[in-house]
Ligand binder design. Sequence first.
Ligand code: 523
Length: 131
Amino acid sequence: MDDRVVVAGALCDRGRLLAARRSAPPELAGRWELPGGKVEPGEGPEEALVRELREELGVETLPVERIPGQWPLGRGRVLQVWTARLLSGEPTPLEDHDELRWLGPDEVHTVDWLDQDRPAVAEAARLLRDA
Ligand code: 523
């Protein structure tokens, strides 16, 4: 059986990357992630990403490109990451997060990212630096 995909967005705006601090479950609370969530049956990954960012942050976004690679999450799940552009709205922690931070490429190391998000965060920071 295929791994179930969790999508996350490296949401970029004005040269910065959005970091979101998880508020649940207890074992992940306080760690920072690229926001996103599970792809639902019948949904494409980019469609799921747009939906998750709308639900969790109240923003409209445009997925731009997949960051190469995928990272195991355990329990038959894998993490895939897309860069995304902010189209409208101001990100607000509506669900699953208790703090948001915009980080410049040289600030991405200032928060405690979930281990599995780190390779994609490093690549997103590189893309921001080169932009
Ligand atoms: N991750 C993860 N990194 C990351 C995300 C968005 C998710 O490691 N950037 C992991 C954390 C969870 C699993 O993927 O173990 C599912 O993410 P979650 O809980 O954000 O997915 P949702 O929002 O679809 O889950 P429900 O609230 O249960 O619908």
